[in-house]
Ligand binder design. Structure first.
Ligand SMILES: [Cu+2]
Length: 140
């Protein structure tokens, strides 16, 4: 399990940190690369979006209900990110949407604040946005 991996001491719960004064539920956790990636499974996420050595999220257009937890996991060896797009229209978008998670192969990114019914949460990869690596979470 995670706590046995050299160089990543501590418990899973200890590594899933709530960051920021606004209590945005962004967490990162180590995962065991030798087991094929159980990192997101260890977070209890409702949905898992994977990335690999390509330039696409596995499910770039995901629809969830309010309050679900989405976890991004890197199953390849190329670094990516999960980075929120700027909010364009505050009447339809969630102005609390701020996420910039580094998605290295040994990390997962968990976000659990999809709280605005009807909103679209747009995001991209900082490194591969120009290649079309974008995604949207729709809350319906
Ligand atoms: Cu990328």
């Amino acid at each position: 399990m995670l706590q046995d991996e050299p160089g990543h001491g501590g418990t899973v719960a200890g590594r899933i940190a709530v960051l920021g004064a606004l209590a945005i539920a962004l967490g990162v956790a180590c995962k065991t690369t030798t087991s094929g990636g159980n990192g997101c499974a260890s977070t209890g996420a409702d949905y898992v979006i994977t990335v690999d050595n390509g330039v696409a999220y596995s499910n770039p257009n995901l629809t969830v209900t309010v309050g679900k937890r989405v976890c991004w996991e890197n199953i390849g060896s190329t670094s990516h990110s999960v980075t929120s797009d700027p909010v364009v229209d505050s009447t339809v978008d969630d102005t609390s949407w701020h996420l910039d998670g580094q998605l290295n192969p040994e990390l997962v990114v968990l976000y659990a604040k999809f709280t605005k019914l009807g909103a679209d949460y747009h995001y991209h990869c900082r490194y591969h946005q120009g290649s079309g690596m974008i995604g949207t979470i729709q809350v319906r």
